[in-house]
Design a protein around this ligand. Sequence first.
Ligand code: FAD
Length: 404
Amino acid sequence: MGPILILGNCIAAVSAAAAIRELDTSSEVIICSAEPYYAYYRVSLSSLLGTSFSPEEIMIYQPSWYQKKQIEVLLGRRGEKVFPKKREVLLDNGETLNYQRLIIATGARAALPPVQGLEKQGFFTLRNYQDCTRIWEYGEDKKIFVVVGGGVLGLEVAWALRKREKEVTLLVKSDKILKHQLDEEGSRFLERLVREKGIHVVFHGEAAALEGPGRVEGVTLKKGEVIPAEVVISAVGISPERNLFPDHRLYGKRGILVDRYMRTGDEHIFAAGDVAEWRGKIQGRWPVAKIQGEIAGYNAAGLEKTFEEMPPFNLVQVMDTMIYSVGEVGGEDLKVLSSAAPGKEFFRKLFFRENKLVGGILIGDTTHSSLVREAIMEEKDFSNILGKNPDVNHFLSYLMEIEF
Ligand SMILES: Cc1cc2nc3c(=O)[nH]c(=O)nc-3n(C[C@H](O)[C@H](O)[C@H](O)COP(=O)(O)OP(=O)(O)OC[C@H]3O[C@@H](n4cnc5c(N)ncnc54)[C@H](O)[C@@H]3O)c2cc1C
């Protein structure tokens, strides 16, 4: 029969392995990990940037967990090629492994921006533990940092550097920070917090070239301005790690195509997490990778389970402030309840369509985040309470009282 083989070793992979073991205690399960560490909380890397820590300190499961579950982990071993017809994987040491089922959980690498001079010393991306240590080995004694990208990762990195007393410029391609997660008002609210922390924000700040003879000395923007920089960290998105197959049969536009069982076009192969393309989307988020890994694991072990779309949500802590955004956060047809206290660090906004809650932004106090998400998923009709013109705090108190 061969083992159930999992390529990749982060949240999608370990969630798949755990799900398999819930149902199947006898099949051999092997995780093949390109990184030489047990799976760790990748999401912690940005906040730990510039501190001294080891991957062991942020491990998802201790080595004893794998032993107890009889999950074999090949550390520092990359799967190079998959041969679906032979049900075989070629590893980077020349060995081959066969499989009865294969789960591809190889995630993604950092996408590179279309900028000249990326080969210069002082340019980095942040995706794994090694990147984190390399950035700090080079950057600890440097002062002037530029972060490219106004999304979640860009903000997290900018904040981590600012906390380490670096001079930080954040280059944002559009005219808004977190433009996919926040509406205009929420984004301006956050922008104020960012600027108050001393981070310099450049909107329409698309980088064109890195300047300097061999080491980075500055960034030239498309609009002509040159921003001084000793270190440039790019956070402009991800590229799924999918180049595993001799042909492109299983590929979508960006990732490996899966159905709602996380099954690919080959019945023996599943994919989950940042490498998996479902309904034309790569989600690129930790909680989604976790659930998709579980679904892939259950199905690989023979129990039919399906992945249902989750409203997109993000919870980040930057600038000493929690920021939560979920679902649809803008649109002319939406009714809005909001409370933004001027000069305060709290911001709450809820979005409704046809009396159903469809989105929310909570900045500062995210206590109600799960409740808001649940209410969105329930698609409950709130015409009763909305008819009383509640303010946002009143509505949240109402949510706490009712049962879904
Ligand atoms: C610094 C940082 C902060 C983040 N913060 C957030 C956040 O706040 N919220 C959020 O929702 N998401 C966040 N993310 C995104 C989140 O971490 C990812 O969505 C999640 O890790 C995806 O998990 P995954 O298991 O699919 O893949 P990955 O985490 O990418 O892991 C894939 C693993 O597979 C290995 N691998 C790749 N190719 C092979 C191969 N051929 N053979 C064997 N092994 C291979 C890789 O080395 C890696 O260890 C953050 C990401 C980063 C980098």
